[in-house]
Ligand binder design. Structure first.
Ligand SMILES: Cc1ncc(COP(=O)(O)O)c(C=O)c1O
Ligand SMILES: N[C@@H](CCCC[NH3+])C(=O)O
Length: 422
């Protein structure tokens, strides 16, 4: 369920008509509904139980105002960089609700996370484990660790976003896990408390989650028999959401119930890292039509948003439903919806039914809250587009559009660039 509805034919974000935001902010922009964010946080927490740690995967949508909304609903943060740690901290998320994932944590990032007393490092290799041991023991602290094990489960998701097969770069191989827990026990500054896994994203069925959790349960029993005190199981994120493409993933309550059932007898604290499920349909990307043109057999609607603003279609072949913000009478005809970027793949979707689109019309890209704004770039020297947060009948720009001067400000001009070569 989301909070983007039509009233009198005009799309609203909660109680705010989207054209009103467009007038104030200018297109393109992202808009998020705090009511949807809150609802998803509540539904997820209720499903997995109050005692579980629900660490929102900050990479999905990392705006600090959004993180504050989620933090106020009791969510923690799953981070993958020092930058995301800083975001989580400025949103007021306490260290005890932060888990740190990712294959390439640096010493500086480890130090910052130890200073913040985070709940858990999800360690992804022996080299990382040894480095963390050095960093933690040098400052006289102990790092709580879960080893990310690769359960070699094919989650049946898009090839480019699968993470839990043995050829993917993530985690440590299943067979190596017991030896690494033994190593962890011997290393100073390390306390191996948990098992962690994450098998991919936009997963549309329960079976791979259940299979992976079962394997994790077997491993925990094996490790306990070897004398390891394992009291946490981090099941990662990955639950899919409907993108209007006919795929209907399980709802969060069914997902939570299935995973609780599989892990019930283990007596561990569960950790979850949902990203897309919390943020995906809490956001739209809003874009304006600049031109339309007809060419051979095809008609194009050329927008002011491009692949640099929402890269999922170009990167993964992902689909986002595209709808007009204000309905118009008449019969629709098919348009290829494209951006202004000089790349052939700057194509959002083919054959979108639109009724007489004209310059100045506004379109909405649905389900764009997760992996939208966060994956944007300034390619073609296009400014990052603003992010707007709605709450009931009010809205605020929670990230402004940079000026051209802002964009150029990081560049330096050495004094030898403007002399011709001898
Ligand atoms: C380690 C980890 N945890 C959590 C997530 C969040 O995944 P999703 O947005 O599919 O829930 C990701 C991204 O796939 C991830 O890499
Ligand atoms: N960024 C991807 C998914 C990868 C998730 C990060 N591990 C998407 O847009 O669907």
């Amino acid at each position: 369920m989301d909070h983007f509805e039509r009233r009198g034919g005009v799309l609203h974000a909660e109680d705010v008509p989207i054209p009103r935001i467009a007038e104030a902010v200018g297109t393109p922009f992202y808009v998020y509904a705090s009511a949807t964010l809150r609802r998803h946080a509540q539904v997820f927490r209720a499903g997995v139980g109050e005692d579980a740690l629900v660490a929102f995967s900050v990479k999905a949508l990392s705006n600090v105002a959004v993180l504050k909304v989620l933090a106020s609903e009791g969510l923690g943060a799953d981070i993958v960089s020092g930058g995301e740690l800083a975001r989580a901290r400025s949103a007021g998320i306490p260290g005890e609700r932060i888990v740190f994932s990712g294959v390439g944590k640096t010493r500086a990032e480890m130090t910052a996370a130890l200073e913040a007393r985070i709940y858990q490092f999800n360690v992804e290799s022996e080299a990382e484990l040894r480095t963390l041991s050095e960093v933690a023991s040098a400052r006289g602290s102990v790092a709580p660790v879960a080893l990310r094990v690769n359960p070699d489960v094919d989650a049946g998701t898009l090839d480019k976003i699968s993470t839990g097969r043995k050829d993917d770069k993530f985690g440590v191989p299943w067979e190596r896990a017991p030896a690494l827990y033994d190593l962890a026990r011997r290393l100073p500054g390390i306390e191996a408390r948990g098992v962690d896994l994450h098998i991919g994203s936009q997963i549309a069925s329960l079976a791979p989650f259940e299979a992976a959790a079962r394997r994790a349960g077997d491993l925990i029993e094996h490790l306990r028999a070897e004398g390891h005190d394992i009291d946490r199981l981090d099941l990662g994120g990955g639950l899919g959401i409907p993108y209007g493409d006919g795929v209907t993933p399980p709802d969060p309550a069914a997902y939570a119930a299935a995973l609780r059932r599989v892990t019930d007898a283990l007596d561990v604290r569960l950790v979850f890292e949902p990203g897309r499920m919390i943020a995906g349909n809490a956001g739209l990307m809003i874009a304006g039509v600049i031109y339309t043109k007809a060419q051979e057999a095809r008609s194009f609607a050329i927008l002011d948003a491009g692949m640099n603003d929402l890269i999922r279609p170009a990167l993964y072949g992902a689909r986002h439903a595209i709808v007009p913000v204000a309905e118009r009478d008449g019969d629709p005809s098919p348009f290829d919806v494209v951006g202004p970027v000089c790349e052939t793949t700057d194509l959002f979707a083919r054959d979108v039914p639109l009724t007489a689109p004209a310059p100045g019309d506004i379109l909405a890209f649905k389900t764009a809250g997760a992996y939208g704004a966060v994956q944007a770039s300034q390619y073609n020297t296009r400014p990052l587009i603003p992010e707007v947060l709605v709450d009931g009948d009010r809205f605020a720009v929670v990230r402004r559009r940079p000026s051209t001067e802002d964009m150029l400000a990081l560049e330096e001009l050495p004094d030898w660039t403007d002399r011709p070569a001898d």
